[in-house]
Design a protein around this ligand. Sequence first.
Ligand SMILES: Nc1ncnc2c1ncn2[C@@H]1O[C@H](COP(=O)(O)OP(=O)(O)OP(=O)(O)O)[C@@H](O)[C@H]1O
Ligand SMILES: [Mg+2]
Length: 326
Amino acid sequence: MQAAIETHALTKRYGPRPVVRDLTFAVEPGEVYALIGPNGAGKTTVIRLVSGLAFPSSGTVLMLGHDPHETPTIRRRLGAVVEAPAAFYPYLTGRSNLLLHARLAGGVATSRVREVLDQVELGHAADRKVGVYSLGMRQRLGVAAALLTRPEVLILDEPASGMDPLSLHLVHRVLRDAASSGTAVLLSTHHLDEVVAYCSHVGILEEGVLIDEVDLRDRGARMRAMVDDVQNARLTLAAQPWVREVFVRGRDVVFTLDESAAIDRVGRCLAAAGVALRELGDDSFDLRSYYRERVEAQRARRTSVEGRPGAVAAVSVADAPTGADA
Ligand SMILES: Nc1ncnc2c1ncn2[C@@H]1O[C@H](COP(=O)(O)OP(=O)(O)OP(=O)(O)O)[C@@H](O)[C@H]1O
Ligand SMILES: [Mg+2]
């Protein structure tokens, strides 16, 4: 499958200072990928680069297989909420603003305006002027505008900042629904609970470096095995017909066990491959703790690298701590 969004060795410098470093990642159709990271980590910059609003200093961005600068028309297949709050006329109603957006985009049925307003639960306020909307309402209108054309790619920078808890859930659920009909969604956020509940992937950025990516799908059916040799365990489990979606997360191998398979098969097949199983349990993933650990480990590592005379300041993904040495 062709990735909807793909970057390779993407780097952005402002002056001599790189704020995004050597970033390689991809978002497939149907995925909701959340970029998380401390303030100033580079999330908005990545989002601007990927949506074609900023030029890379080096490296490449492909959206639906095209460079958004070389093929600007590709942006017609993109829905974006990047420069928040989205540009709306304050003296027009929410509905009129969206009708205007729909007309500018072209090919959008009038009925779609009502549909997206209902999706973000603004139907009741559709005929009020945007000037009297609260911040959260304006943001929801921004999400509605991005959905109008049923875009193949949705890119949103903190779509839910400043929203009340119910609106937070609503917006993330709307994005996941868009993904379930094939849209690729990339967003940045600080709301980790929503990430775990609604996103399929999360990437952790720290000082412009993507220090980790986690696949969050199918969490309910997942198992987690702590082992002495994660790569051997990963290959061994991946070769079993009763195991699905095997990946390494830190010192653990995470996998989905077919319902028909007895749990003791895991220990037996790992033992046969010479892997020592230290712990086997349900995969109840605590993103908050995991995030804190990874960011702190990366900061410690960066400080020690930067402290060495003549050392290169950037810590690349390859240098980032793995489960074995974290
Ligand atoms: N136009 C610019 N000129 C110079 N530096 C910039 C520019 N835009 C961003 N930066 C710097 O790049 C770094 C990353 O900023 P960015 O806005 O991407 O971070 P962020 O992860 O989105 O942070 P936040 O969580 O606060 O939104 C920051 O140090 C910021 O000061
Ligand atoms: Mg930002």
